[in-house]
Every structure is written in C-alpha cells, then in structure tokens.
Design a protein around this ligand. Structure first.
Ligand code: C2G
Length: 130
C-alpha cells in the first residue's frame, strides 16, 4: 500500500485546496493530511487564520479525500510523521518548490502545481471588505 502525506492550514477551504487533495490522494492508496495547529501557524508567520483548528479539520474531513487527519504542531514534525507512518510520498503545492527537498532522504517528494487565481489570503481580504 502506497502512503501519501500532505500538510496545510486549510483556512476557508477552497477549490485550490480540494484540487491539491484530489491529486495527492491519486498519488497513492492512503492519504494522511496534516492540519496545522494555531500555535504552529503563528510561529511560521500565519497570524490571520480565520477558522479554528477544529473547523479546519472538519473542512478537510468533509472533502472525503483524507483517510486520516493529524495535527502538525512543531517544526521538524514532518520527518517524525514520515517515519512513524511509513510514508512513501510527501506532497505539497508548487508554491513550496525546493523547500521540502530535505525530505527526499526519508521518502519521495512531489510538488503539485498550485491552482492559480484562488487563495485563503484573498478570501480573508474579501471577508474584511464585507
Ligand atoms: N494550494 C494550492 N493552490 C492554491 C492554494 C493552496 O495548490 N491556490 C495548496 C498549497 O500549496 C498546499 C495546500 O494547498 O499544498 C494547503 O495550502 P495552505 O492551507 O495555504 O497551507 P500551506 O501554508 O501551504 O502549508 O506545514 C504546512 C505546509 O507546509 C503547507
């Protein structure tokens, strides 16, 4: 069984996220999605996340694409997860090209094309204008 893992905040879940999850799922047989904890997002500069961790997990769950959902809480967790869950493929959108090459030591790394024209940041600013 080929196991795939991907990570993200998934704030205000949109079709860019869904397309990413669909293609991640298609890379293997079992998809694990790591949803970032609020505190972890703050440490990596994401300070304007609108939805709580539970809401973001529920959105990912509702896509029906994740076989398992975990929470990403600390820097360096990806390596631990890949080892613990015996992951074959780590995947993430192309906005991260090169950033996760260090994981090649532990599994295959695949960058999927990011969907143009949609982002959580834009949705957050639209919300502010309402
Ligand atoms: N994504 C995409 N197209 C978009 C927006 C996002 O393909 N228009 C992808 C991102 O590349 C990522 C996933 O959807 O693979 C989740 O995006 P975010 O919620 O913005 O998460 P991100 O900050 O990219 O976190 O440890 C966290 C991960 O490194 C990724």
């Amino acid at each position: 069984m080929k196991k795939v893992i991907t990570y993200g905040t998934y704030d205000l879940l949109h079709y860019g996220h869904i397309r990413l999850l669909e293609r991640a799922k298609a890379l293997g047989d079992y998809l694990i999605v790591g949803v970032t904890a609020d505190d972890f997002d703050k440490t990596r500069g994401k300070i304007n996340v609108q939805q709580s961790l539970i809401e973001r997990i529920e959105s990912v769950y509702a896509t029906g694409l994740a076989d398992e959902i975990i929470v990403e809480e600390y820097e360096g967790q990806k390596i631990d997860d890949i080892i613990r869950h015996e992951i074959d493929i780590f995947t993430v959108g192309s906005d991260w090209v090169g950033k996760f090459d260090y994981l090649n030591e532990y599994c295959e790394v695949v960058y999927l094309d990011r969907t143009e024209g949609i982002s959580s940041s834009e949705l957050r600013s639209d919300k502010r204008e309402l």
